[in-house]
Ligand binder design. Structure first.
Ligand SMILES: Nc1ncnc2c1ncn2[C@@H]1O[C@H](COP(=O)(O)OP(=O)(O)OP(=O)(O)O)[C@@H](O)[C@H]1O
Ligand code: NI
Length: 331
């Protein structure tokens, strides 16, 4: 297996469905994206568009009735070996998760066991993947907490989760994620439940840690302000598909997909979760047996007959691709 030498992750044609009583939910359809060494990639889109399912799928955290139905997720391991995460055994993926790929979830409380100290969480994460004694693990924990700007880390490692503020808990979860020096950090809306100033600090922290440790980051967010501040490259998702990808400045200066344009125009308060774009009539279509073709077509001001067919991928600039019929060469 081989992927470009500068790639850490290359996802191709990922397909995930949920077999519910109400019908088959096509949560993620034909999603392809890349993550290069040392870059922060943002996945953005309205609620329910498939951001979390995408990253959960590549780390194999999809539970029934969900099924990964197709695709590849090539990952370059720390030792340089390239594996397809989707075809590894359960044991092999467990060895990678929490070690080479760290996952930080939206809710830091659920990531921490109330019965154990912060220090113990570090120890557990480390001992799962290598031999280390508790004393060394705690020393490493203190160093990582220091890096995440947690005051008096020596006493914090002895604290229980409830003794820390929400912001401190999320910093701790990020520090725990770093304890095995991951190749890839996935942060799924890491600041959603925190107040605005703390959000900004956590993001600044992720940015600093990325630069310092040289890992790659996938940042899931609904906050376009965050994207502009932190990300290097962006993938815009709509209804389970990627509709546009571009370097961050390019996306903001020269958005091409009608959905991206509306997304950029219609978020007055970037700290609010985008549940629904008020200025676009309609809502995200049901992902149960979605119609073929462009999934945005019933909300798109420019939709035409063409859009009943699957939109082509069009290169509109350097590393800038859009999946839309509007951009095909005319004539
Ligand atoms: N366990 C499940 N059973 C059925 N459908 C599911 C399940 N988990 C996710 N889905 C569906 O998959 C689709 C994608 O969900 P996903 O959580 O990836 O969205 P998201 O983009 O992360 O949204 P948010 O911004 O709200 O976190 C949604 O339509 C959701 O209803
Ligand atoms: Ni999500």
């Amino acid at each position: 297996m081989s992927i470009g030498g500068d790639l850490v992750l290359s996802v191709r044609n990922l397909d995930v469905k949920f077999y519910t009583y109400a019908g088959v939910v096509h949560a993620v359809s034909n999603v392809s994206f890349d993550v290069y060494k040392g870059e922060i990639v943002a996945l953005v889109g309205e609620t329910g568009c498939g951001k979390s399912v995408t990253t959960r799928a590549i780390t194999r955290l999809i539970d029934p009735p969900g099924r990964i139905e197709g695709g590849k997720a090539y990952f370059r391991r720390r030792n340089g070996e390239v594996v397809d995460l989707l075809s590894l055994s359960d044991e092999e993926i467990r060895d990678i998760r929490g070690n080479e790929i760290a996952y930080v979830f939206q809710d830091p409380t659920s990531a921490l066991d109330p019965l154990y100290t912060i220090g113990h969480h570090f120890y557990e994460t480390m001992i799962d993947h290598r031999k280390i004694d508790k004393k060394n693990a705690i020393q490493h924990a203190v160093n990582l907490l220091k890096e995440t700007f947690i005051p008096s880390p020596e006493s914090r490692v002895k604290n229980y989760p409830h003794e820390l503020s929400g912001g401190m808990r999320q910093r701790s979860v990020i520090a725990i994620g770093l304890s095995n020096n991951p190749v890839l950090l996935i942060a799924d809306e890491p600041t959603t439940n925190l107040d605005v100033t703390i959000q900004a600090q956590i993001l600044e922290l992720i940015k600093d840690l990325q630069a310092k440790h040289g890992m790659s980051v996938i940042l899931i967010t609904h906050n376009l302000g965050v994207v502009a501040e932190v990300a290097h490259r962006v993938y815009v998702m709509y209804a389970g598909k990627i509709v546009e990808e571009a370097p961050v400045e390019e996306l903001f200066e020269n958005p091409q997909h009608p959905y991206t344009r509306l997304l950029l125009r219609t978020v007055p308060d970037p700290t609010k979760k985008i549940e629904k774009l008020e200025s676009i009539p309609g809502t995200v279509p049901s992902l149960i047996n979605p119609l073929p073709g462009c999934r945005f077509r019933d909300r798109c001001p420019f939709a035409s007959e063409k859009c009943l067919e699957e939109p082509p991928m069009v290169e509109v600039g350097k590393a800038h691709r859009v999946y839309c019929w509007l951009h095909t060469v005319k004539g």
